[in-house]
Write a protein that binds this ligand. Structure first.
Ligand SMILES: Nc1ncnc2c1ncn2[C@@H]1O[C@H](COP(=O)(O)OP(=O)(O)OP(=O)(O)O)[C@@H](O)[C@H]1O
Length: 328
């Protein structure tokens, strides 16, 4: 039975319409106009207990919105979500007891307290019994080598030490699922490797289901057995990393110079992987759309100044699409 189920889930936001020009701005002060921004559009996936899933995509793709819906912070505009048998936004508190969250940019630690006190605070918050508490503190302190800094206030810890502390806190109540947002961002090679080993170890020892968002391909390669790739609110791929690579290496790349820099392709089978002004690199798979159909779609709908068909370099494409990656 899946532990996470997303069925046709969408999330839209109402945002103020941007106005241009003096009179329009003045008008908008009196009469506010809104437009609908689609953050996530009809996404579906299910995750089995104990899976290690990389949830990846470029900036603004809809990753955080998905994680916020899974953790009950946001209510979907349409569709159904179940996390460990519960509807997260209707059971926010109960849901929180069974999940752990690490948001790279937002700390759950108390800056003036040493970790040892923070653990005790979380013990009370999550009503963890003493036996389990002791066992877990010992387990994480050893696995994350936290002994040397347990008594130091959090504000004095290095970035890597803080991240280890965040992970231990998020996992202290033995959540069945943990959402990790960029857990290795900004860390050096040794610290990154320590965190990756830790995540794999927790998954193996405790069977924790892990959902990881990252822009670091090494995180994906070394931790995740499956990737779900989201772009502009829609799921583009769900499967193993190696199948993803071989699927794309059988694909084609069109390098197109458009007359109009803002050309929107409006065809989901054509994916823009790089955009430099009017020049765009467009990737597609021949199983989905033939070379002829792809070129026809582009030349019929847009004024094109140059168009070349290329063989894709998959490593380079992944780097362009999903971040700083490999070399870092
Ligand atoms: N509260 C909000 N109000 C309006 N628009 C929003 C809101 N939250 C997100 N969005 C929009 O929804 C889209 C998806 O955002 P989201 O934060 O989920 O992307 P992301 O994949 O997590 O990006 P990043 O990697 O940059 O964190 C973006 O276009 C974003 O501007």
């Amino acid at each position: 039975m899946p532990i996470i189920e997303m069925n046709d889930v969408s999330k839209t936001f109402q945002v103020h319409k941007r106005t241009v020009g003096f009179w329009n701005t003045l008008k908008s002060l009196v009469h506010r106009e809104y437009e609908t921004k689609v953050a996530v559009e009809r996404i579906s996936f299910s995750i089995e207990p104990g899976e290690l899933v990389g949830y990846i995509g470029p900036n603004g793709a809809g990753k955080s919105t998905t994680i916020k819906m899974l953790s009950g912070i946001l209510t979907p505009s349409a569709g159904a979500i179940r996390v460990d048998g519960r509807v997260p936004h209707d059971n926010r508190r109960a849901n929180a007891m069974h999940i752990g969250v690490v948001f790279g940019q937002r700390s759950q630690l108390y800056w003036d307290l040493p970790m040892i006190d923070t653990f005790e605070l979380y013990q009370k918050m999550f009503r963890i019994d003493n036996g389990r508490f002791r066992r877990n503190v010992d387990f994480y302190v050893e696995l994350l080598e936290m002994g040397e800094f347990l008594n130091r206030p959090v504000r004095q810890l290095s970035l890597g030490q803080k991240m280890r502390a965040e992970l231990a806190v998020a996992l202290l109540h033995d959540p069945k699922i943990v959402y990790l947002d960029e857990p290795t961002i900004g860390l050096d090679v040794v610290a990154k490797s320590r965190i990756r080993t830790f995540i794999r170890e927790v998954n193996k020892e405790k069977g924790t289901t892990v959902i990881l968002t990252t822009h670091d391909m090494d995180d994906i390669e070394q931790i995740c057995s499956r990737i779900i790739l989201i772009d502009r609110g829609s799921i583009m791929y769900d499967g193993t990393l190696s199948d993803f690579k071989s699927g794309f290496s059988r694909g084609h790349l069109l390098s197109v110079v458009f007359a109009d820099e803002d050309a929107e392709l409006g065809e989901k089978r054509l994916q823009v992987v790089k955009s430099e002004g009017p020049r765009k690199q467009i990737l597609f798979r021949s199983e989905e759309i033939s070379v002829g159909e792809a070129i026809t779609h582009i030349t019929r709908n847009f004024k094109v100044l140059d168009l070349q068909l290329k063989e894709p370099d998959i490593e380079e494409i992944i780097r362009d699409l999903y971040g700083k990656a490999k070399a870092n």
